[in-house]
Design a protein. Sequence first.
Length: 339
Amino acid sequence: MSITILGIESSCDDTSAAVIRDGYILSNTISDQEVHKAYGGVVPELASRAHQQNIIPVVERSLKMAGLNQQEIDAVAFTRGPGLLGSLLVGTSFAKGFALARQIPLIEVNHLQAHVLAHFILEKGLARNTPGFPFLCLLVSGGHTELIVVKDYLVMENIGRTIDDAAGEAFDKCGKVVGLSYPAGPQIDKLAREGNPKAYRFARPRLKGLDFSFSGLKTSFLYSVRDSVKETPGFVKKNLPDLAASLQYTIVEILIERLEEAAKSTGIDQIAVAGGVSANSGLREALRKKSAEKGWEIYIPELRYTTDNAAMIAMTGYFKYLKKQFTKMDAVPVARFPI
Ligand code: KG4
Ligand code: ZN
């Protein structure tokens, strides 16, 4: 018998719904929120309002694209956290209403776990090389920078995390300093291709262990740009590709260094990346180089499943459905949700 899961994602600024049947994607619809661009970052109050507007049309579109009606859904999976509380409430309430109306199981999903499990989403007609257990996953997004040992689909251990900003946040905040709109990550990636990665040197963290820190780099970038602009008006405009390339080089170096330490200390050589920043071409290139040097087996998800999406929520819901890990109707969203 087939199992069909509707997934709902609303943890930040993307409203997304997806349908997965037996691990195969049937639809994945996303409505991102343009409203935050003008503010240089996500405004929580505006995000939750936009989710309210988007959620029903997005789910309707997702069911239509999957060619299914509501009666064909066996369970509804939703992001319970971590994320913005007001945003999470919208997806949680919708999922509860849907499950209650249809009398089907409700399944809570940890957003971080879902980013990791995006590696297992299957597509008809597409061969996918999936990691075996255990593997090490570097999860890098706008809100998270984590090193996770994945022992099984639903058994994960967090062995390192950022103590301040996330890697994506470092891209976005530094991008704002040089006048780029939010999110700056993809623009820096593009600009970096034309620049010299060794043109400028910014501060690196001096932390021991497997944790990350990006706030020192951010401050050093800000001061360096500010000082240069004082001396040479028009500095940023003239040197934007070099600034972008040097910033990206530093962030990637910090990530790869920790990943290497984690691989060494755990003895795991199957390495996966997940989250929005895993779309970064500098990071992908550095990973390929490292894997050749170290003999790592690397796994990089399809670009469309790296940023926030409900396909990964539905996929995680599918694994939880198989284990009958259902959620009670009194579940509440949580802003912090350890893996
Ligand atoms: O996973 P995601 O969609 O949302 C969160 O859960 O945060 O990640 C969004 C983050 C943003 O910070 C964005 O700037 C960054 O991922 N990002 C990139 C690239 N594409 C997205 N950063 C660097 N290079 C990229 N190509
Ligand atoms: Zn995310």
